[in-house]
Ligand binder design. Structure first.
Ligand SMILES: *Cc1c(COP(=O)(O)O)cnc(C)c1O
Length: 371
């Protein structure tokens, strides 16, 4: 038995993909974002589920992730969102990956690879100020790309900085349209045009163009509370079902008197006679140290507070309110147990971060069971 494990609901992932596909309609291509080990859900299993359920393309961050997918017989087109170093470009092309490009070094290196065909998506800067080529540099860039007959500009894309911010999003949308126009004016017609991700897909149909990149929604999570409320307000009918649960089992039960130190640094003292349960999960597994003294974990459907600091491999909790808790009993770190539920949002709030980081940082070595 593993010290802790993830249960991933295939049914919920399929439900989320189908619900989003319904929202998109038939004409919009679905690019499933499976970077970061599919946000902790398992890159190979999720990609197989996505492929089986009508997703058109997969997006990863790195060439290494693309290699894992090809090794596991994923045949759909793969877009590498990150940077492929010039030395590695031939590997990317051999795996039939679409490469994100925004600088000429990559174009020159790809050009040298003829007759091998290279498929690229141009990333344009519209307001995030991360990856991307500025609009003013685009005409010259296109001219130089067109010199290389083996390079095919398959796509053009950009990324929103904050889809809850309507002003900024609108200005990014306008810049993106302008970029497409610049392409067309230079005789370049990328087939796949995409800027929207989960947040904008849920709230802004005008951002779809003919493809969207969806990560978080597949896993049944909302990008923000603001997005969730906006969707409700627009009376868009969509239910996202979280796909991940994280479970472990109690490895010791003991009792401490009042005013006893618990854990490293004596960061917390008992305030009563306390029933203590020890769990074999810690920050190495991805149960962050930010949860020290405030996190809650379910046993027999009851919330038990973390006592003291999270350790590297263990966590100590207060099981005083669960008199029948015993060694070997299941404890739920994330997900439902009986009538209670711990959400990724709750954990994120305790850690001062977002649900994305909570699921993405769960140790990839933990076993994932698909149900
Ligand atoms: C991660 C990522 C996405 C997916 O975003 P979600 O909010 O998870 O849907 C889309 N596009 C790019 C460029 C990304 O890096």
């Amino acid at each position: 038995m593993p010290t802790s494990w993830l249960e991933i609901s295939e049914k919920n992932i399929v439900h989320n993909i189908k619900s989003i596909k319904f929202l998109l309609g038939k004409k919009t291509n679905f690019i499933a974002v499976v970077k970061a080990n599919a946000y902790g859900h398992g890159i190979v299993a999720v990609s197989k589920i996505a492929e089986k359920n009508g997703v058109d393309m997969l997006a990863v961050f790195s060439l290494e992730e693309a290699e894992i997918l090809r090794k596991n017989k994923i045949t759909k087109p793969i877009l590498i969102l990150g940077y492929v170093f010039t030395d590695d470009l031939s590997r990317a092309v051999k795996l039939d990956c679409h490469v994100t490009v925004y600088d000429l070094e990559i174009i020159e290196a790809l050009g040298l690879m003829r007759p091998d065909k290279a498929k690229i998506h141009i990333k344009v800067e519209t307001g995030l100020n991360r990856q991307g080529i500025a609009l003013k540099d685009l005409p010259q860039f296109l001219k130089l790309v067109k010199v290389h007959k083996n390079i095919e500009i398959v796509g053009i894309f950009s990324h929103f900085a904050d889809s809850d911010n309507k002003e900024l999003t609108k200005s990014q949308l306008e810049k993106f349209k302008k970029a497409i126009k610049i392409c067309n004016n230079n005789g370049v017609y990328p087939q796949i045009k995409h800027i929207a991700s989960t947040g904008s897909v849920l709230t802004m149909p005008e951002s779809y163009f003919n493809a969207v990149r969806i990560g978080l929604g597949i896993y049944g999570l909302w990008p923000s509370l603001k997005t969730k409320l906006a969707v409700k307000e627009q009376s868009v009918k969509i239910e996202l079902k979280p796909a991940m649960s994280w479970k472990t089992a109690i490895i010791q039960i003991k009792y401490a008197g009042n005013n006893n130190c618990v854990g490293y640094g004596c960061a917390e003292k008992t305030k009563r006679k306390t029933k203590i349960a020890v769990l074999p999960v810690g920050y190495w597994d991805g149960y962050g140290r930010g949860l020290s003294k405030i996190g809650e974990i379910l046993i027999h459907g009851k919330r038990c507070k973390v006592l003291g600091r999270i350790c590297m491999n263990m966590t100590i909790i207060d099981a005083t309110n669960v008199p029948d808790a015993q060694i070997g009993n299941e404890a739920v770190l994330l997900g439902k147990q009986e009538q209670e539920e711990i959400t990724a949002e709750e954990i994120a709030e305790h850690c001062g971060t977002i649900n994305y980081e909570i699921v993405a940082r769960i140790n990839p070595l933990l076993p994932r069971v698909y149900l």
